[in-house]
Write a protein that binds this ligand. Structure first.
Ligand code: GLA
Length: 698
């Protein structure tokens, strides 16, 4: 996994299968040279093109690793700074490099002003994924103000147009894929509400002729949960470039004398299929993104009370649910919204993180002890960034929310957003959450965030537009501090479902909630979109009482969908029949046997519910000795579904046994991949979980 320094200041980052090549030109400017399949290292050169006219300049044509705003360069820039004397242009020249086995750091400085810019690159052992980020440092005595500070600029090799996969989703419909071909101009994917959001994702997947098993795929995911921007352009020279980073919408960053700032990271890669992209990103997230130590520990089966009791939680009904949950095999019992302050519905209580004594006369201890005595851990829902105007917190500190004195502070879900950039607000939140963890045997928080920011006045800040960044940073900081003090606690990121289910969140939170939509049918599509760039292990997925809004969807079917992530249960168990309980018991026991495969295995998306009417997802362990496949269909048409079902990811030369549609087969990996097993898959509510195991010679 070398980093090769060639003559003429050319650097080659060599991953398992790719070269990422950059350099410094004769003028000292940073240049992007190539990204893609490996070539002979000796052949890379910097292209010096002097062909320009008075509108389209040579500078505008070159590919760069990081383009500062200024001079005769007119394309979107990665950085725009204003210096103390009002100069708004930056002129960066190369200073030098540092390198280790797996990192390259390139230093640049402005030719006149006291600004140092550092580009960071880090390779990941055995993967084609490179981590990039940028640091700016003020080496002078006066502040520098930034209007743009992207993490990375990426230039794609082909002169033909790329199609960009992103999403166009919403609440209850997150991760719904879109495919936008950028022939000319710019496609922008972004969020502006203070979180990464439900609509688009902070990443890109740019491809040509690609599918699950073949093609050319470039991708990058931004590790950031706040306002982001991904802009993909194709110019008159047919060059496709992408900028990723903090959204420059309503953005500013004031860098004071002596300070430095590092952008969020970008994880980028090039693979030869969507499937390989997802498998690499999954492994990468397990190893390098998810917080330690739980990155390597299978997540427990969780129960969550939300859809069973909504705001009506009390000691009695939670104990009743806990008894049922324990009987089924649940390992972590979570009480959702409604347990604190004057919380009867969503109109009051947020901010008052004290147990409601009417609902819990003996405090939380009684319930927690009960849950523990049933052999389960206990977890709790919180929404720390928020306050209801009808709360003791708001009555005591009406000035603690974002607002402008002469504008209406609009409520969404009857709540306002706390000004997380204020130290006293951060201290208040940390203090109460820390107290909850210290005084009670709580092993998990679900950290929710149920509205977008608005009227974002933050007069405590010298540069109020920094609030967008500082808000997200405050969330990350509090989560980190809580986990440092309480290392046995895991925290889930929820944001009205999947509004904060990104790799930035997953650098701090142990898992994410991808959608409030728990309809098994819809969930197959949502989970597919999530799986493209995010780790399976971190995806909480519940079985609830939604029996299919449009189509019937049995309990077994719902389990077969939810078992493809970190399984949770969210139904009203007190209403379950004995037969339902048995189905739950059976599936939870099965899940415990296969969860290592699902949470840590390689995913092969073989059939797609949207395109094929059938879903076949297969998870294979690293040694290729064991696998589990989920075969689901809901509403096949035209009687056409007798088909050879092929499996993937197995060792061609190993022999495997599997039972499907009540018949047991013993076949080689090669046969299962190329010939397959002919199956009839018809009708609604078809679900089968197929275990595939290596047959070892006696
Ligand atoms: C959000 C979450 C739900 C639930 C409710 C509680 O909508 O996404 O899972 O926790 O809040 O109010």
């Amino acid at each position: 996994m070398p980093i090769i320094v060639c003559e003429n200041n050319i650097f080659v980052l060599e991953t398992s299968n790719t070269h990422y090549v950059l350099g410094i030109d004769a003028a000292g400017c940073n240049r992007h040279i190539y990204w893609g399949k490996k070539c002979d290292v000796r052949d890379y050169v910097i292209d010096y093109n002097k062909d320009e006219n008075s509108h389209n300049t040579a500078l505008d044509e070159i590919a760069q690793e990081y383009t500062p705003f200024g001079s005769t360069m007119y394309r979107g820039s990665a950085l725009k700074a204003t210096f103390a004397d009002g100069c708004r242009e930056t002129d960066l020249k190369y200073v030098g490099y540092e390198k280790t086995d797996n990192t390259l750091v390139l230093h640049f400085a402005d030719t006149h002003y006291p600004l140092a810019v550092t580009l960071h690159y880090r390779l990941a052992e055995g993967l084609d994924i490179i981590t990039r980020w940028t640091t700016v440092q003020n080496t002078g005595k006066e502040a520098i103000s930034f209007e743009k500070l992207f993490s990375a600029e990426l230039t794609l090799p082909s002169k033909k147009p790329y199609t960009f996969k992103n999403t166009n989703g919403g609440w209850a419909g997150e991760f719904l894929e879109t495919n936008t071909t950028v022939e000319g101009g710019t496609a922008v994917f972004e969020s502006r509400g203070g979180v990464s959001g439900h609509n688009q994702v902070p990443s890109f997947i740019a491809y040509q002729n690609a599918d699950e098993t073949a093609g050319d795929v470039y991708f990058a995911s931004l590790a950031y949960s706040g306002n982001f921007k991904v802009s993909a352009s194709r110019d008159l020279y047919n060059t496709t470039r992408v900028l990723l980073g903090l959204n420059d919408f309503d953005f500013a960053y004031l860098l004071k004398a002596g300070e430095s700032f590092s952008t969020p990271k970008v994880f980028c890669g090039n693979t030869q299929s969507f499937g390989e992209m997802s498998r690499q990103m999954n492994r990468f997230a397990l190893e390098y993104v998810l917080p330690k130590p739980y990155n390597k520990t299978p997540l427990p089966v969780l129960y969550n009370s939300w859809e069973a009791t909504y705001f009506d939680v009390n000691s009695e009904n939670q104990c009743a649910l806990a008894e049922r949950a324990a009987e089924m095999g649940v390992e972590l019992f979570v009480m959702d919204d409604g347990w604190f302050g004057a919380r009867k519905d969503d109109r009051a209580g947020l901010g008052d993180w004290f147990v409601n004594r009417e609902k819990f006369p003996n405090g939380l201890t009684e319930l927690i002890e009960k849950v523990n005595s049933l052999g389960m851990d206990f977890g709790l829902w919180v929404e720390p960034e928020m306050v209801n105007p009808d709360s003791d917190l708001f009555r005591a500190h009406p000035d603690w929310t974002y607002h402008y004195p002469h504008r209406t502070a609009h409520e969404l879900r009857n709540q306002l957003v706390l000004n997380m950039t204020r130290q006293e607000v951060q201290d208040y939140i940390f203090g109460l959450l820390d107290a909850l963890l210290t005084e009670n045997n709580i092993k998990y928080f679900k950290w929710d965030m149920n509205r977008a920011l608005s009227e974002t006045g933050a007069r405590n800040l010298e540069e109020p537009k920094m609030l967008w960044y500082l808000h997200t940073k405050a969330v990350y900081d509090i989560v980190d501090k809580l986990k440092q003090k309480h290392p046995d606690v895991t925290i889930e990121s929820c944001c009205s479902g999947g509004g904060r289910a990104d790799l930035g969140a997953l650098e701090h939170f142990d898992m994410v909630w991808t959608s409030d939509n728990t309809d098994g049918i819809d969930r197959m599509t949502i989970q597919k979109g999530y799986s493209l760039l995010h780790p399976t292990k971190a995806m909480r997925a519940w079985v609830t009482d939604i029996e299919g809004i449009n189509k019937p969807c049995s309990l077994d079917f719902r389990f077969a969908v939810a078992m493809q992530g970190a399984l949770g249960i969210g139904g009203n168990l007190t209403k379950y029949s004995e037969a339902d309980l048995e189905i739950c018991k059976k599936n939870i026991a099965l899940y415990k046997q296969i969860r290592e495969l699902v949470q840590f295995g390689d995913l092969y998306r073989i059939l797609d519910i949207e395109k094929d009417e059938v879903l076949l997802n297969q998870y294979v362990n690293v040694q290729k000795t064991e696998s589990v496949a989920f075969l689901l269909a809901n509403g096949t048409r035209f009687y056409k579904k007798r088909m050879p079902v092929c499996f993937d990811g197995l060792d061609d030369n190993k022999r495997y046994t599997l039972t499907v549609q009540n018949q047991t087969y013993e076949k080689s990996g090669a046969y299962l991949k190329n010939v397959g097993i002919p199956l009839h898959i018809r009708g609604v509510d078809y679900n089968e979980i197929i275990r595939i195991k290596e047959v070892r010679a006696q």
